[in-house]
Ligand binder design. Structure first.
Ligand SMILES: Cc1cc2nc3c(=O)[nH]c(=O)nc-3n(C[C@H](O)[C@H](O)[C@H](O)COP(=O)(O)O)c2cc1C
Length: 341
């Protein structure tokens, strides 16, 4: 199905309402197994990463379906895997609205949602109701009112709950919309967090359910290399590069609507920086750490670019809002061509 008309209609609505309407519709279609009608055919390109067999390397990035309300619908669109969350131990409302903005001419979004979610236990109940049989990552975070120095407790709570229900678990320490969260990426804090998390992870069964850490693009190359080395030292299974950026490079200096809004910028303007961090991390990672490339994929070739520069898998969010399911197929095809070529 051509996405242009759908996008035109959805973009008449404020972004968060458009999101709710789209998710509800997709959810209904998914319940009847009909969401695949919206997508071109599923393209196989199997790849083994972190001991899991992905039917293709193009996944849905976290945040689109935080509470897992639409897994069956999203599962029919051609993704090789889905990531739900971020979920926190307790439900929370997130920041006041409006908190999601389109920068249409840049194929970008700014969001400051602030982990609005129904809590990890509600997510788990929803998972029991889905018929999705594909690979599902669960992305976990901390509640806003949990002090950063007590964050380990929130991650532990979530990890214990989701371990038996996830294909892999992502520890999100990189959202810009939870004050102090990104401080957990700093060397000493990261050491402490990883030490605690690895202990819990091992007790639960270790890499049977791979542990993945999601990082921000807003650090120097040296810092990114340092984070990668720490993840390798702690035998973390994978890293997602990257979350949204607080930088406005590529959109500032022009009269772009919403550019002044606070929050994380995603989509096309993030691509260059996310790719550079990915290169740095992949150079450290070698075969020891799986690399999942996210940020600014708005064409199939951008997905292939990430794989060419060291990603084992890729994920899409903002590009999917702007281009719909065709972008998934285009991305798989471009990666397939790259690997053939
Ligand atoms: C509206 C919105 C909400 C997001 N929420 C989350 C989230 O809850 N957890 C997370 O790890 N990343 C979240 N992200 C970040 C995306 O997963 C992704 O890392 C980032 O947007 C870069 O990819 P993109 O340019 O394809 O969007 C969110 C992004 C957007 C646009």
């Amino acid at each position: 199905m051509n996405y242009d008309l759908t996008r035109k209609l959805l973009f008449q609505l404020p972004p968060e309402l458009a999101h709710t309407v789209a998710m509800r519709t997709l959810n209904r279609l998914g319940r009847f197994g009909l969401s695949s009608l919206l997508a071109p055919e599923f393209i196989d390109d199997p790849v083994e990463v972190m001991g899991l067999r992905f039917p293709n390397p193009v996944g849905l990035a976290a945040g689109l379906d935080k509470d897992g309300i639409c897994i069956d619908g999203l599962g029919g669109l051609g993704f090789g895997f889905l990531e739900v969350g971020t979920v926190t131990p307790r439900p929370q409302n997130g920041n006041p609205k409006p908190r999601l903005f389109r920068l249409t001419e840049h194929e970008a979004l700014i969001n400051r949602l602030g982990f609005n979610n129904a809590g990890v236990d509600v997510l788990l109940r929803r998972l029991e109701q889905t018929s999705f049989t594909g690979l599902l990552g669960i992305n976990i975070g901390k509640n806003r009112d949990t002090p950063v120095n007590a964050a380990l407790g929130d991650y532990r709570y979530c990890m214990e709950r989701v371990y038996d229900h996830a294909s892999y678990i992502t520890v999100n320490i990189s959202s810009p919309n939870t004050p102090g969260l990104r401080d957990l990426q700093h060397s000493d804090a990261l050491n402490q967090l990883l030490d605690g998390l690895k202990g819990v992870h091992e007790q639960l069964g270790g890499s049977r359910v791979p542990l993945v850490v999601k990082i921000a693009p807003d650090m120097s190359d040296e810092e990114a290399a340092g984070v990668a080395r720490q993840l390798i030292d702690f035998e973390v299974d994978g890293v997602i590069v990257s979350n949204t950026t607080v930088s406005r490079d590529g959109v500032s200096g022009r009269r772009v609507q919403h550019v002044q809004e606070q929050g994380g910028l995603s989509g096309a303007p993030l691509r260059e920086r996310a790719l550079q961090v990915l290169r740095v991390v992949a150079a450290e990672a070698g075969e020891r750490l799986a690399v999942i490339g996210t940020g600014g994929i708005t064409r199939g070739q951008h997905a292939a670019e990430k794989v060419a520069d060291g990603a084992n898998l890729v994920q899409i969010y903002t590009g999917f809002i702007y281009h719909g399911p065709d972008l998934i197929a285009d991305s798989v095809r471009a990666i397939k061509d790259l690997n053939r070529g």
